[in-house]
Design a protein around this ligand. Sequence first.
Ligand code: COA
Length: 182
Amino acid sequence: MKILETERLILRKFSCDDWKDLYEYLSQETVVKYEPYEVYSKDACKKEAIYRSQQDAFWAVCLKENNKLIGNIYFQEQEPEEFLTWEIGYVFNPIYYGQGYATEACREILDYGFEQLNARRIVAMCNPENVASWKLLERLNMRREGHLRKNIFFKCDEKREPIWNDTYEYAVLAHELTKSIH
Ligand SMILES: CC(C)(COP(=O)(O)OP(=O)(O)OC[C@H]1O[C@@H](n2cnc3c(N)ncnc32)[C@H](O)[C@@H]1OP(=O)(O)O)[C@@H](O)C(=O)NCCC(=O)NCCS
């Protein structure tokens, strides 16, 4: 995995030592609210950092000024490979919200996907209630292509009944996004 650099950020592979920074945000209910998992314990973060350090799909997003890991991006090729389609996802530490870091990091990954990995189409999915998430996708010039109704559940209510969620599907094609329009 390469190391990518933006004006304020370094995007790199995870290392086992990243578990503390991961714990800082994955331990928060508000951060995992729309994710397909519950809050992480310290032990779970230690395992997760090891797991991610062995994967190419997870990018650790760090501040250039002090190497602090402030979030992560998931970027994975979809099956079948011939479709040249990749999915992007992201989770950041709330301390660093509202400063454009997620936009800056995701934009770099989109460029990397199109320019270096030969991606043809990049997609993202989010819950319509997760306004910060779809606003980010729109800042990235991704297009809302679908609104799926009650298609998925990640969590159950107190009666252990599924909580069904809608999904917005976003996408952008290679020729639609070039560095010149950023
Ligand atoms: C989704 C998530 C990454 C978005 O974070 P964010 O802080 O809103 O996004 P950015 O870092 O790009 O910051 C954008 C905000 O900073 C502002 N901003 C400040 N400087 C900026 C700059 N240089 N460039 C772009 N935006 C800037 C923008 O105006 C925007 O503010 P607004 O929300 O009031 O319009 C964050 O909410 C998160 O991690 N949520 C929890 C995990 C999650 O739900 N993930 C998605 C699952 S689908």
